[in-house]
Write a protein that binds this ligand. Structure first.
Ligand code: ASP
Length: 314
């Protein structure tokens, strides 16, 4: 993706982790690690984005991504406005591009875009003005680059920087998951030793997404000895009818329970991007248990988004 890098190799937009150089990715992880205290509100706000206006332009619901981008921007002293498609002229049929152009005309410089269509953020970046930056906060099933980064940071904190020793298992609805795609891009770039992907055949894509991964539908077998289990939400809003027999059946075959988790390495960690369907893809006991890094992921989300905003906009 050349659109997101300028001629000097600097990030201008962040649309995908696919093809992002390892040094660029690691620099963002390092920076997020350095500013963790400011990210968690334990140190003073930074001034790097003083005078910069940023808009969260969301055409799909969000809890974590929108609020953490908002908090990240505020902790860098930016001015932030929230655009919500459900209460704006988008309801009168105004397009995402017209919306962006109008906000650009008001001096907004950074757009954090979430949209149900694959490629929506890239399409906006192509039409954006010279000084405008677009950050993809999730487009359809394509990419969610800041989630990929925060997951990589969370794994790195837990397991160290040498990913070549790690066995990582991604589980569930990979077919509809932009998180899985961005996680896979990050894991490959960081040189992960073994990437396994597990789910019912109806939810595993056959479009090249899983190239180089060990795939299978037997969750118990795939769990053996892994260092990290990355659970995914069943994306019922993006799913045709009938891809899973029933939620009970899905839980019986692919739900992560404490008993199942014992098949993984003793110090294995569990990640989930949220929102969690408790009792479907993961039990309360595991989601809230000692091996779960779910809330650490959320905290890291603020730090990663600060690092991204600072690197692209300051
Ligand atoms: N919050 C993440 C996303 O928007 C994960 C999910 O919804 O399953 O992609």
């Amino acid at each position: 993706m050349t659109l997101q890098l300028d001629s000097d190799g600097h990030l201008r937009h962040l649309l995908t982790l696919e093809g992002l150089p390892k040094e660029t990715l690691c620099r963002l992880l390092d920076r997020a690690g350095q500013i963790r205290d400011a990210a968690l509100g334990r140190a003073h706000k930074r001034n790097s984005l003083l005078g910069t206006t940023i808009c969260t332009l969301f055409f799909e619901p969000s809890t974590r991504t929108r609020s953490s981008f908002h908090i990240a921007a505020q902790r860098l002293s930016a001015d932030v406005i929230n655009f919500d498609a459900s209460t704006s002229s988008a309801r009168k049929g105004e397009t995402a591009l017209d919306t962006l152009k109008n906000l650009e005309a008001m001096g907004v410089r950074g757009f954090i875009v979430r949209h149900p269509e694959d490629g929506a953020a890239e399409a906006l970046a192509m039409q954006a003005g010279e000084g405008t930056t677009v950050i993809n906060a999730g487009d359809g099933r394509s990419a969610h680059p800041t989630q990929g980064l925060l997951d990589a940071l969370t794994l790195r904190q837990a397991k160290g920087a040498d990913f070549s020793k790690l066995k990582v298992l991604i589980v569930g609805d990979v077919k509809h998951s932009r998180v899985a795609r961005s996680d896979l891009h990050a894991l490959r770039t960081l040189g992960t030793g073994e990437i396994r992907v597990c789910g019912p055949a109806s939810l595993l894509p056959d479009d090249g997404t899983l190239e180089g991964c060990a795939t299978g539908d037997d969750f118990d077998a795939m769990l053996e000895g892994v260092d990290a289990v990355m659970m995914l939400r069943l994306q019922r809003e993006r799913m045709e009818e009938g891809l899973v027999a029933s939620l009970d059946d899905y839980h019986a075959r692919y739900g992560l329970t404490a008993g199942r988790l014992r098949r993984a390495a003793g110090d294995a960690v569990v990640l989930h991007p949220g929102p969690i369907n408790r009792g479907v893809e993961i039990t309360d006991e595991v989601a809230d248990g000692p091996q779960s890094l779910v809330l650490r992921q959320v905290s890291n989300g603020v730090a990663i988004r600060m690092a991204v905003l600072e690197s692209l906009l300051s």
